[in-house]
Design a protein around this ligand. Structure first.
Ligand code: GLC
Ligand code: CA
Length: 547
């Protein structure tokens, strides 16, 4: 079998929302440790290979941890560095790797580096962030900004600082000033952060918005473009991200990580396309390219997304597959049919099983977002009650979706607080938490959770699913997506029926003429059944057969 970060499945935990051990309503590291059985180490565990933790560093929480005030600390609301080390130990004892989130494009404005930087134009930290004078006054009398760049979280990307009498750059919130990666001291300090966490035993890093670390050296204004929703899309982002200086930095960072064999990195592509993503993929370095995370419920649309990515990446680059994360609507909601009645919910769950099959059998490393394994839906939170900071800044010029909806507490059991907390959870529990939770689904062999467990088991046992090549198999029925995975003389055939009616599927010949044997069906088809040439899929059936 190949490397864990290729064949494996990485489970993303949003620490605030996973499990609260002390009743303050906020998930914490000890809560995660208490729930590791769910993830790995027991026969009835999900069986994932790694966890990725969203930030747990000290933070004033303007962006819920993605504004870091100390890169090597743990926020007291999540625990201590010793708790983190306990978590790493507990994970490693069950064969689970630990990937952490590094937010190195920007710090928090409360980071001591920024406090020193804004206090003095001449002090030792003066050049650690991106400061510029105002080029003068506009006709209306306001201070002109250094260029036309916009913040991804609404408004201009420049904030005025009275103390320095200068503007500083913030690609995200004004409380998230961009670090100056062109300053060798900054580079050294941030690479030191990488070393510190490697020393603490982590197995990999998720690099937040890594393709925007470097900006154009001359800070030139972006060219304007027509169209799109919101002011961000009215520019071509040629100068505020994707600069050539990123490549040597990634090489240097990878060399540090490679001093410990078996470590991986995954970069979060910020606002880019497949064409931007492809050159940033490297050995042991994956890139989230977002091919799948906005695809609607349609076999044809998934097929187009897979084909486009194959064309951009070629056979050499290994993809990262993601259907949900903490920034996007939950897959189970995005892919569900309209309506909230029992029939629509059941159909939504059947679709979630098909989506799970796709995620866990496609070529590439699979990333699973906490709650996805029980088909957790978006919370419904009115915009007026949003706590997600960009959602609170939303306007006509800045349309934004409320990310709170994808960050709800994990439903563990039917008990009080859904087993998440004995206190008042920081976001409300899902309305269906008494029915849709880990305990209830674990006891039901036909649940979404049981399908995830079976799929993970199958993936682990099959080199073809873990590491194999992938070829789409054309189908006469437009609602069927099918592909074959092959590695050596092993092969797996996957067929997904996106329609709520039976659908024909044609199977290719197995390797060396062997027949196909059913290993998994999301609609209860008998296992070990032989299928060949032609079969009929049940409504919303996903089927995996091996040869
Ligand atoms: C990434 C994170 C997102 C955060 C942003 C700024 O996109 O996934 O949650 O708000 O970066 O750090
Ligand atoms: Ca807590």
């Amino acid at each position: 079998m190949g490397d864990w970060w290729r064949t494996g499945v990485v489970y993303q935990i949003y620490p605030r929302s996973y499990a609260d051990s002390n009743g303050d309503g906020i998930g914490d590291l000890a809560g995660i440790v208490a729930h590791l059985d769910h993830l790995a180490g027991r026969p009835d565990s999900l069986g994932v290979d790694a966890i990725w933790l969203s930030p747990f560093y000290p933070s004033p929480d303007y962006d819920f941890g993605y504004d870091v005030a100390d890169y090597v600390g743990v926020d007291p609301k999540f625990g201590t560095v010793a708790d983190f080390e306990r978590l790493v130990d507990a994970c490693h004892r069950r064969g689970l790797k630990v990937v952490i989130d590094l937010v190195l494009n920007h710090s928090s404005a409360a980071h001591p580096w920024f406090e020193a930087s804004h206090a003095s134009r001449t002090g030792p930290f003066a050049d650690w962030f991106i400061w510029r004078d105002s080029p003068g006054r506009s006709l209306m009398g306001g201070r002109r900004r250094p260029n036309n760049w916009r913040s991804f979280f609404g408004g201009p990307a420049w904030a005025w600082d009275d103390a320095r009498g200068q503007f500083y750059l913030h690609t995200f919130l004004p409380q998230q000033p961009d670090l100056n990666w062109r300053n060798p001291e900054v580079r050294e300090a941030l690479l030191g952060v990488v070393r510190t966490w490697l020393d603490r035993g982590v197995d990999g890093f998720r690099l937040d918005v890594f393709n925007t670390y470097f900006k154009d050296a001359g800070l030139r204004s972006n060219p304007w473009r027509l169209g799109g929703r919101g002011a961000w899309s009215w520019q071509r982002h040629v100068y505020d991200r994707d600069q050539p200086e990123l490549h040597p930095l990634l090489d240097e960072l990878r060399a540090i990580v490679d001093e410990r064999p078996g470590r991986m990195t995954v970069g979060e592509l910020f606002d880019g396309t497949l064409v931007d993503a492809a050159p940033l993929i490297a050995p042991r370095h994956l890139v989230f390219d977002w091919s799948l995370i906005t695809v609607p419920w349609s076999a044809a649309a998934f097929k187009r997304a897979i084909t486009a990515r194959d064309a951009a990446f070629g056979p050499g680059r290994w993809p990262a597959n993601v259907l949900s994360n903490h920034d996007q609507p939950r897959a189970a909601s995005r892919l569900a049919p309209p309506g909230r009645d029992a029939a629509a919910i059941a159909e939504g769950d059947a679709r979630a099983k098909v989506a799970a099959t796709l995620l866990l059998t496609m070529r590439g490393t699979a990333f699973l977002y906490y709650g996805e394994e029980v088909a957790l839906r978006n919370l419904s939170i009115p915009n007026a009650e949003a706590v997600d900071p960009p959602a609170r800044r939303a306007s006509f010029l800045f349309p934004w979706w409320n990310r709170d909806q994808a960050r709800g507490p994990m439903p563990w059991s039917a008990g009080p607080g859904a087993g998440f907390s004995t206190g008042r959870p920081w976001l409300p529990l899902a309305a269906d938490a008494a029915r849709r939770n880990v305990d209830v689904e674990a006891a039901d062999s036909a649940s979404v959770l049981s399908v995830y467990r079976q799929l993970l088991g199958l993936r682990r046992a099959s080199p073809a699913l873990g590491d194999g090549d992938q070829d789409l198999v054309d189908q006469a029925d437009a609602d069927v997506l099918a592909y074959v995975r092959t590695a050596g003389d092993g092969a797996a055939f996957v067929a997904l029926n996106f329609a709520s009616r039976p659908a024909p599927v044609s199977l290719p010949a197995g390797p060396a003429g062997a027949g196909w044997r059913v290993r998994l069906s999301t609609t209860g088809r008998a296992l070990a059944q032989d299928v060949s040439e032609r079969a009929t899929l049940a409504p919303l059936e996903a089927l995996v057969a091996t040869a």
